[in-house]
Ligand binder design. Structure first.
Ligand code: AMP
Ligand code: MG
Length: 329
């Protein structure tokens, strides 16, 4: 089992030393828990891939305290500067041309690097204390549901790592929005998240190119790195449904049904194993609860999980994207 640390000064100092010495530590962020190491230490970065069983073709995001620290790792352009000023610290990852000192392990041999400045106060303390950039993918085995609490990390990786910092439940609960700005003329959305394309577009006064994540292709047909079709998946088969349409699937007693909000949908209102993401239909609450609910259901012995699509507006798009990728049947 990993040792759990909190937010006392001695905890922060101890964990910072561990990171500076090449150690691996699970850390809280406002999006999901990350598995962090010194981004400039190649061996530690390799270990992260091994612990997660993550393929080396899937690049890591580097977490920094501020824009100035990001500029040591990547070449900023005007729109990157604008977006970082508006949305950092926060859940926006920016992909830019990399500085040669960033290892090819992190970038999966690309000439670009993904960077963000997180807002979680505990992680910020750790970045300030350690004075190093932290490479940190989500702290889960590759392909499984991302962790949104220290317990989730302990459950899935506790026997493979030594340290977890407990910063409470992740406020947002979904991975960051990723925008590729490596070519200033073509800002491209690589992953949906809680910051919408509308907000990004408004800030830089440019349209955003959206990748077809379902077919895993960018506009010109090249595969997008890391945008794998199946991801975030529970072991129990998950099936997305639209309960406003006549239900085509047979739902058994041994199946769980998850609705967007607590409501009386005629077709399944008397189903025994009925759950919902949010009491009153709040998308932020739904995102916050999503991975915890998926993990809880996956630990019960349901045959299948039937999941209702959420309304497909801003944050709803990001939730539906994760649910589509979680469909493993
Ligand atoms: P995560 O699994 O949450 O750590 O997110 C990592 C994701 O960021 C990858 O799967 C890629 O989709 C994206 N990413 C990271 N680095 C790059 C990069 N250099 N170019 C494009 N996408 C990247
Ligand atoms: Mg991940």
């Amino acid at each position: 089992m990993a040792k759990i640390f909190g937010d006392t000064e001695i905890d922060i100092v101890t964990v910072s030393k561990e990171l500076r010495n090449g150690g691996i530590v699970a850390v809280p962020t406002e999006t999901v828990y990350g598995l962090a190491c010194d981004a400039l230490n190649e061996n530690s970065c390799k270990k992260i891939f091994e612990i997660k069983e993550r393929p080396f073709i899937d690049p890591l995001i580097i977490h920094v305290l501020d824009i100035s620290a990001a500029k040591d790792l990547a070449y900023f352009n005007d729109i990157a500067e604008k977006l970082a000023e508006k949305f950092w610290p926060g859940p926006l990852t920016i992909v830019l041309q990399k500085n040669p000192l960033v290892s090819n392990i992190i970038t999966a041999n690309r000439n670009t690097v993904a960077i963000r400045s997180p807002s979680h106060p505990l992680l910020r303390k750790l970045l300030a204390q350690s004075k190093i950039p932290l490479a940190a993918p989500s702290a889960n085995p590759f392909g499984y549901i991302s962790p949104t609490s220290a317990n989730h990390v302990q459950d899935s990786l506790g026997d493979k790592i030594d340290y977890i910092i407990d910063g409470g439940e992740c406020e947002i609960g979904l991975e960051s929005t990723i925008i590729d700005l490596s070519d200033e003329s073509f800002p491209t959305l690589l992953r949906t998240g809680s910051i919408s394309t509308k907000e990004i577009s408004k800030c830089i006064n440019l349209p955003i190119i959206e990748i077809d994540t379902k077919n895993n292709l960018v506009a010109e047909g090249a595969p997008a790195p890391g945008l794998l079709k199946n991801h975030y998946s529970p072991h129990t088969p998950l099936i997305l449904l639209d309960f406003n349409l006549p239900c085509q699937k047979k739902i058994d007693e041994q199946d769980a049904v998850v609705l967007f909000n607590k409501s009386n949908k005629q077709a399944i209102s008397d189903h025994k194993n009925l759950f919902w993401l949010t009491e009153k239909g709040d998308l932020s609450e739904a995102a916050h609860n999503l991975y915890n609910l998926l993990r809880n259901l996956d630990n019960k012995n349901f045959n299948k999980i039937f999941f209702e699509k959420v309304p497909n507006s801003d944050l709803g798009k990001a939730i539906n994207d994760r649910l589509e990728k979680a469909q493993n049947s």
